[in-house]
Ligand binder design. Structure first.
Ligand code: PGA
Length: 248
């Protein structure tokens, strides 16, 4: 079964609403490709104008964060029903910046994955190791543990709709990309972990992205690997290069 490629931009805390609309216009023709799912994961305040700007195109809208309750006294937070109503389909969960800067742990990340599915949002679940863990040679165990915790009580049918992004922290925003072989090694291991936790069909269906300094120059090689089904792209998603990655 062929998995459909998914190329998602993670805009992080970049682009004001008017800049966001301008970027959508700049990328519109460059990201055309009916064989690929193209997603812009954008800051909360950009969601409404971006959803409007990409209407009628092949681009799907994603969010970068949300909270697990539907509404109430949670100052500063945004809920899954709010995202759905605004046209969001995908949600990044467990990004290393949320884990490291904002203290999100695997218990909350697991709650977010379950809430996203219950709300009809498709999670892009991020995992990945620090440089210290890679050097210590324990990165595979670390990532496996993240997957086990983050997918606790998540069903096989849900995992078939899940996107997992392998993002080695040492490669994020550093210009240092994992080699295609290093990325494939971990993406394959993630798929094997899903096969162990669920079954072969589920492992075959789950889409796994690589993320970390993916760019127009290295995308084709990374995406040629059998277990790499797409990319989660930070810096290069804010430039015309993103179109080259979509069409790599
Ligand atoms: P980068 O970010 O492409 O700028 O390395 C990737 C990410 O953090 O999702």
């Amino acid at each position: 079964m062929a998995r459909r490629r998914i190329i998602a931009g993670n805009w992080k805390m970049n682009k004001t609403p008017s800049e966001a609309v301008a970027l959508c216009a700049e990328l519109k023709d460059l990201v055309k490709n009916d064989a690929v799912d193209v997603v812009y994961c954008v800051p909360a305040i950009d969601i409404v104008p971006v959803a409007e700007a990409v209407k009628g195109t092949n681009v799907h809208v994603g969010a970068e964060n949300f909270y697990i309750e539907d509404k109430g006294a949670f100052t500063g937070e945004i809920s899954a029903p709010m995202l759905k109503d605004a046209g969001v389909e995908f949600i990044i969960i467990g990004h290393s910046e949320r884990r490291d800067i904002f203290g999100e742990n695997d218990i909350l990340i697991n709650q977010k994955v379950k809430k996203a599915f219950a709300s009809g949002l498709k999670p892009i679940l991020c995992c990945g190791e620090s440089l210290a863990l890679r050097k210590a040679g324990v990165y595979q165990e670390w990532i496996k543990r993240q997957i086990v915790w983050d997918l606790s009580d998540v069903t096989a049918d849900q995992v078939k709709e899940l996107v997992i992004a392998y993002e080695p922290i040492w490669a994020i925003g550093t210009g240092e990309t994992a080699t295609a072989d290093q990325a494939e090694e971990v993406c394959k291991m993630i798929r094997e972990t899903i096969a162990e936790l669920y079954d072969a069909d589920t492992a075959e269906a789950v889409r796994i992205q690589y993320g970390g300094s993916m760019n127009a120059g290295n995308a084709a090689e990374l995406l040629s690997k059998p277990d790499i089904d797409g990319g989660l792209i930070g810096g290069a998603s804010l430039k015309p290069d993103f179109g080259q990655i979509v069409n790599a």
